[in-house]
Design a protein around this ligand. Structure first.
Ligand code: C5P
Length: 403
């Protein structure tokens, strides 16, 4: 279903076209979206909150100062807990209030408080639509990044013709679908990202770990999804939320991570940002190791599989671009060059993680891109910006390779 899982906040303004909004709710739900409605006072002259609730299957909101509403969900949460705000019908008055930043009822307050994308379906008398004030407001709203669908030309309720008629529900649905349609340099590509540390068990309660937070890997997964890619994130144990719009697979150990990556393939791009433990305990037991009068446990280490090298050296099913990371504490670039060759990847993102840089667990990163073409050093950036820039670069590399 085209709108599966999408949450629409539908603001219904006070115009006769409000009756069509009930059909719009039904059409959106048929396509898998959930719809929550806000009715202005004007809208309630044309349709009732009960009708909107019955068709949407959710409580309808009308009053800014409703004690129950504020205790239950609150206008700020209403403005946040959705993927898209649709205003249909958007009356001349509602558009004027939005353009002027007014907040004197629930609908206008939510519209001012929201940072979500907004789609307007204007509907009003033709002279009101063509009035310079409305056209000025429209230009202001469009400059604010708000998109519109309609109005259409045609016969209107007051037996006049001209532009002003609200777009048909199916046209509004199409406009909503196109807002959600993926776009960006990685549309149609599958990107597999590893992130975070691995935990290698010593016994059922103890493990070997490292200081990786997963912030850089998770930011890369988010940036790849924002660039239109289908993203599978294989994450070690981290304290971060699963990124929205990304399939996240949780693993603990290096061997589990390798299995999950192999299951996620085929992919077009593999980005291996995880700090995988190099060794695991070969003699990890089923039972907790007990203290034994000062005798030290004998832990035997064995090498973990190198996930990046295993996948990059495949003859068949190797992603077209393989990106490794090199967290080093000395000779960063030299070690990165060696890793590029040893692991068989196309690009190494190298960084200095020595004590004092604050990279491990921190929010910013200074990276060097090491490839057969040479070395490029980026200024210190937030991990989010490193992720965006890296994804942009990978998009160019895919295009350069004629994909
Ligand atoms: O050899 P080193 O651990 O420094 O290599 C770092 C790069 O190799 C990272 O991209 C990391 O995700 C990957 N790696 C891996 N499997 C391992 C060790 C490292 O995929 N066992």
């Amino acid at each position: 279903m085209a709108l599966s899982g999408k949450r629409i906040l539908l603001v219904i303004g006070g115009g006769i076209a409000a009756y069509k909004s009930l059909d719009l709710i039904r059409r959106l739900r048929e396509r898998g979206a959930s719809v929550r409605c806000i009715l202005t006072a004007g809208a309630q002259h044309f349709i009732t909150p009960l009708a909107a609730s019955a068709i949407s299957g959710q409580r309808t909101h009308t009053d800014l100062f409703d004690r129950e509403d504020e205790a239950d969900i609150g206008h700020i949460r209403l403005a946040r807990d959705a993927d898209l705000v649709v205003v249909a019908p958007a009356t001349a008055n509602l558009m004027a209030k939005m353009a002027g930043g007014h907040a004197d009822d629930l609908a206008s307050t939510v519209l001012l408080a929201t940072t979500l994308p907004i789609l307007l379906a204007p509907a009003m008398n033709v002279r009101m639509w063509l009035h310079p004030a409305t056209q000025r407001n429209l230009a202001t709203l469009q400059a604010d990044g708000i998109r519109t669908v309609g109005p259409n030309e045609g016969a209107m309720a007051e037996a006049e013709t001209g532009p002003g008629r609200m777009a048909e529900p199916l046209e509004i649905v199409a406009a909503i679908e196109s807002r959600f349609a993926p776009s960006g340099p990685l549309v149609g590509k599958h990107v597999v990202v590893t992130s975070g540390p691995t935990h290698e068990p010593i016994d059922p309660v103890r493990y070997i770990a490292n200081r990786s937070s997963g912030k850089q890997g998770h930011a890369i997964a988010r940036a790849a999804a924002a660039a239109g890619a289908r993203v599978t994130l294989v994450s070690g144990p981290v304290d971060l939320a699963d990124p929205a719009g990304v399939t996240t697979i949780h693993v603990e150990s290096a061997r589990e991570m390798l299995d999950a990556v192999e299951t996620a393939l085929p992919a077009d791009i593999g980005i291996f940002a995880a700090a995988v433990a190099d060794w695991r305990v070969a003699n990890a037991g089923e039972q907790k190791i007990k203290k034994n009068n000062g005798a030290l446990p004998n832990l035997a280490l064995t090498e973990n599989p190198d996930i990046l090298a295993t996948i990059a050296r495949r003859n068949e099913g190797r992603p077209q671009l393989m990106i490794g990371f090199a967290a080093e504490t000395e000779n960063v670039i030299e070690h990165a060059r060696q890793k590029l060759a040893k692991k068989g990847c196309d690009l190494i993102v190298a960084n200095d993680v020595s004590t004092g840089t604050g990279v491990m667990g921190g929010d910013s990163n200074t990276v060097h891109l090491v490839s057969p073409a040479g070395v490029e050093t980026w200024p210190t950036l937030s991990k989010t910006d490193v992720a965006r820039k890296l994804i942009e670069r990978l998009g160019q590399m895919m295009k350069g390779a004629g994909q």
